[in-house]
Design a protein around this ligand. Structure first.
Ligand SMILES: Nc1ncnc2c1ncn2[C@@H]1O[C@H](COP(=O)(O)OP(=O)(O)OP(=O)(O)O)[C@@H](O)[C@H]1O
Length: 314
């Protein structure tokens, strides 16, 4: 494998007529790490990735793979493996047939096509037509295609889309392994919760502009502590929370859970427990939920939280 290049985005911008999809965007993606490229739908992620891969010409700034734009590398396809959308497959080809066609384009052989199919756990579907694949299977095939040339850098647009929970865990471990091998791994998503356990670094954009770039732990520093409480006397707890100036979010009780739950933002379990004890308030649950990264993401991007994401309780 060749040395892994960083991705360097410098003052990048793209307008489509009057639509400014990306503007004055700068960030770096380092080798040996998985970087999440995050932003709500329509925030400019795909446009940025397409500029990085030389598929869209920037109207401002530049996107570099190492020291130069993608297209100026001698064999760019061998340097950066890309999976942009899981729809561009010929439905009549088999998974293996598809990979063999692309293997030829990046100088890989047929044995490598079988090998990458095995790497993404798809050996058994090798002879089936892609038209009959599920979205998750097409995602895996896209990843296998990106890996054909054993590239030191990878760009994956929304790779979690369509994966089942088992597939998400598998992808997490697979991307971690690729980064541990020293590769540069850039993964886009519109939901932080989808990639929160996968990424080392985050780059967050909104309306085509950077709103945050740091390690995941740097993002966690912006998050408030959250403590979950279930109190049978919800009114008394609400009075206490108001007295203490706590900000709370109601949480619907799970089947069989007595009382009414609330997430207290910005107070530790010890503080909440002591305050309840002091006023003789009975609690049925008191737990540290940790920091709520999804909440930080929504604060940064200004988008309403999706209640189905990152929330175990219904
Ligand atoms: N070819 C194009 N012509 C006109 N407008 C475009 C084109 N491509 C993208 N846009 C616009 O640019 C903006 C950014 O789109 P982009 O697809 O890059 O966002 P995204 O963050 O990838 O969104 P999603 O998460 O929904 O895929 C949107 O307003 C989109 O409508």
């Amino acid at each position: 494998m060749a040395a892994a290049p960083p991705f360097v985005i410098e003052g990048l911008g793209k307008s489509f007529g009057s639509v400014r999809a990306v503007h004055d965007l700068s960030f770096r993606v380092e080798p040996g790490r998985v970087t999440g490229f995050l932003g709500p739908n329509g925030s400019g992620k795909t446009t940025t990735l397409r500029m990085l891969l030389g598929l869209v010409r920037p109207t401002e700034g530049r996107a570099l793979v190492g020291d130069r734009p993608y297209a100026e590398h001698p064999v760019p396809g061998a340097l950066v493996g890309a999976a942009l959308e899981a729809t561009g497959f010929h439905p009549g080809r088999t998974g293996l047939g598809h990979l063999e066609v692309y293997a030829a384009q990046v100088g890989a052989d047929r044995a490598r096509a079988r090998e990458v199919l095995g790497m993404v756990g798809m050996s058994e579907a090798a002879g089936r037509k892609v038209g009959g694949y599920s979205l998750g299977m097409r995602q895996r095939l896209g990843l296998a295609t990106a890996l054909l040339a054993d590239p030191p850098a990878l760009v994956l647009d929304e790779p979690v889309n369509g994966l089942d929970p088992e597939g998400i865990v598998w992808l997490r471990q697979f991307l971690r392994h690729l980064a541990e091998q020293g590769r540069t791994v850039l993964v886009s998503s519109h939901v932080l919760g989808e990639v929160q356990h996968t990424v080392d670094d985050v780059v967050i954009i909104k309306a085509g502009q950077l709103v945050h770039a740091s390690s995941l732990s740097g993002l966690a520093e912006l998050a408030d502590q959250v403590t979950r409480v279930v109190a049978p006397d919800a009114e008394a707890f609400a009075r206490l929370a108001a007295d203490r100036g706590w900000s709370t979010h109601p949480v619907a009780g799970r089947g069989g859970t007595p009382g009414v739950g609330a997430d207290v933002v910005g107070a530790s379990a010890a503080e909440v427990g002591a305050a309840c004890f002091a006023v003789g308030l009975e609690l049925h649950q008191l737990a540290t939920r940790g920091t709520d990264l999804e909440d930080v993401f929504f604060r940064l991007t200004g988008h309403a939280a999706d209640p189905t994401v990152g929330e175990g309780a219904a």
